[in-house]
Design a protein around this ligand. Structure first.
Ligand code: SF4
Length: 173
């Protein structure tokens, strides 16, 4: 039987390692690097290059979305001082997930999901709720079954760059 087509929003390479492996067992996976939240731009390109390396190693295609940090800043305007896990992060998830949902719909994917749920700093239920509102979202909680630990082991084995802040300039403070 033909596998369903899944668009996997990839937030960064370390998080993708484990998520791709889990999803490939069941789905035909395409990665989607859509992260206009990342600043500065050099950091964006560094994370993209590492995501491309993981995609090649895992033998999946990776689509790069347009990088538009100015538009992302506009979306989170007024929430700059929010703490991590607060309202700014919700808007940030919505921004990236809605781009993934649109790409999935326009390119006839059966489902979309995101690697964001692997992080212990991100609430999976918040991400699920946003995903459900946007389209045919697969509720994959990658932090389950030691997912985060496995992603660290895999990214260490691959010698991947592991960033020390979430992504936006406000998470660097
Ligand atoms: S801290 Fe991370 S999730 Fe929150 S707004 Fe910044 S980049 Fe997005």
């Amino acid at each position: 039987m033909q596998k369903k087509q899944l668009l996997l929003h990839i937030c960064c390479a370390p998080c993708a390692t484990h998520a791709i492996e889990e999803m490939k067992a069941t789905y035909d996976v395409t990665g989607f690097f859509s992260n206009s939240n990342i600043a500065p731009e050099e950091e964006y390109h560094k994370r993209l290059a590492e995501a491309q390396r993981v995609a090649e190693t895992c033998d999946i295609p990776l689509v790069e979305d347009t990088y538009d940090h100015a538009s992302w800043l506009e979306a989170i305007r007024g929430l700059e001082l929010e703490p991590e896990k607060g309202e700014r992060c919700k808007v940030c998830f919505h921004y990236n997930l809605s781009r993934a949902a649109t790409y999935a719909r326009d390119n006839h994917f059966d489902l979309f999901t995101t690697t964001l749920t692997i992080s212990p700093h991100k609430r999976s239920q918040t991400i699920f709720q946003l995903g459900r509102e946007l389209g045919p979202f697969l509720e994959a909680d990658f932090k389950k079954r030691d997912g985060f630990k496995k992603s660290i082991e895999k990214s260490t084995a691959m010698g991947l760059y592991r960033q020390d802040y979430c992504g936006c300039e406000f998470s660097r403070r």
